[in-house]
Design a binder for this molecule. Structure first.
Ligand SMILES: *Cc1c(COP(=O)(O)O)cnc(C)c1O
Ligand SMILES: [Zn+2]
Length: 373
């Protein structure tokens, strides 16, 4: 039977309970068997909801969607090597976070929740705000005071209430937990339904490759919303007998905030204290990722690796990608910088998949600053 399961104490909850965390404060995952009726899927609209049987929603009538997903998988040359890049910067709100928000807000509607709270350094807040606007659900987004002005405007234009919290990203997370005692927490890191949206990245990639798994995927990691979602997705396809292997996961962090890179490379037991400097890749600057252990385990089990990129590499890669005619934000360029690094040692016949995570138009101030440097 499909259920929410605590990763710490193994307590189980039904899928129609309004819980985002176990009573023991453990993280919840969803124990869910995903069917893939391939012939039916092929006949449907080209959106992420073509895999609806594999998404843990009880009633299709609750789906909140802008017909998003099934983004182009485009061949892009990196140092002469061919990499297949999902153009996830083309989502309705300008980042792949819409995958998670569409499923999570659909679930919120299914639960009959009227108001949610969420905290974000930008893109997740934009995505939750947009889908709540469509669903007519009240939404309060907690952000650190210094979040990009463009993202703050976007959140407010969707009609969400903005709560600016002084101090660090962690202070914002603390403030929202207080609010979450009263309202449903539509968190992109705690709430397992978000990951059952981001997993559609894996479904689309495999379908676009003719229902085959790539050899390698290169993905960014802050909270790991895409990395873990993709890992769940590939595992579900493997479990259903659709693909015959999990791709190697190459996880990209920014040198200035690389707690999981350090855990992996130095074999640490715990996430180290990070003295976070100002980080160009604001979207992946997470000092204490709550799903850190799961992320490390996913990368290890996939026989993958971690790469850390510095601000200079990110800027060079950003300029290089834009010269090719794609407009992405600096955080997205941390992933492309990671691709540049990885292809130096890839095999000639390796199928490598990655993505553009966010649109450049979201961070105009930062783009202007880099241009003028
Ligand atoms: C959210 C996001 C990421 C990845 O961050 P996670 O914290 O691992 O989920 C990467 N790029 C952009 C543009 C993002 O918005
Ligand atoms: Zn528990």
């Amino acid at each position: 039977m499909d259920r929410l399961v605590c990763t710490k104490c193994n307590e189980k909850f039904s899928l129609d309970e309004k819980v985002w965390q176990c009573k023991c404060e453990g993280l919840l995952d969803i124990d869910f068997k995903s069917p893939f009726p391939v012939d039916k899927i092929k006949g449907r609209k080209l959106t992420m909801w073509r895999y609806k049987e594999a998404i843990p929603l009880l009633d299709d009538r609750n789906i909140i969607s802008f017909d998003e997903g099934f983004t182009p998988l485009t061949d892009v040359a990196f140092n002469g090597k061919s990499v297949l890049v999902k153009q996830d910067h083309l989502f309705p709100t300008g980042s792949y976070k819409d995958r998670g928000a569409s499923v999570l807000v659909s679930k919120v509607r299914e639960l009959g929740v009227r108001k949610v709270v969420e905290d974000s350094s930008g893109n997740a807040g934009c995505a939750i705000a947009a889908y709540c606007a469509k669903a007519k659900i009240d939404c309060e987004i907690y952000v650190p005071e210094d979040t990009s002005a463009g993202k703050l405007a976007q959140i407010q234009f969707y009609g969400a209430k903005l709560k600016k919290i002084p101090g660090s990203r962690e202070d914002t997370a603390h403030a929202v937990l207080k609010a979450a005692e009263e309202y449903y927490y539509a968190s992109h890191s705690w709430n397992p339904f978000f990951f059952h949206g981001t997993k559609t990245f894996a479904f689309e990639v495999c379908e676009q490759l003719g229902w085959k798994s790539p050899d390698t995927v290169i993905l960014p990691v802050g909270n790991g919303t895409l990395l873990l979602g993709a890992y769940f997705g590939f595992n579900e396809l493997l479990g259903a007998g659709i693909i015959d292997k999990i791709p190697r996961i190459i996880a990209i962090q920014s040198v200035n905030c690389a707690p999981l890179y350090r855990v992996f490379k130095e074999n640490l037991e715990e996430i180290p204290e990070i003295d976070k400097k100002s980080v160009l890749a604001e979207g992946i600057a997470i000092a204490k990722p709550i799903r850190g252990k799961q992320i490390i385990e996913a990368v290890k089990k996939s026989n993958g690796d971690f790469i850390a990129v510095d601000d200079w590499e990110i800027k060079e890669s950003l300029k290089d990608i834009c010269k090719k005619g794609f407009y992405i934000e600096p955080t997205a360029a941390s992933t492309t910088a990671g691709i540049n690094n990885y292809v130096r040692r890839s095999n000639p016949d390796e199928t490598i998949v990655s993505l553009f995570t966010g649109h450049g138009l979201k961070t105009t101030e930062k783009m202007v600053k880099i241009l003028n440097e």
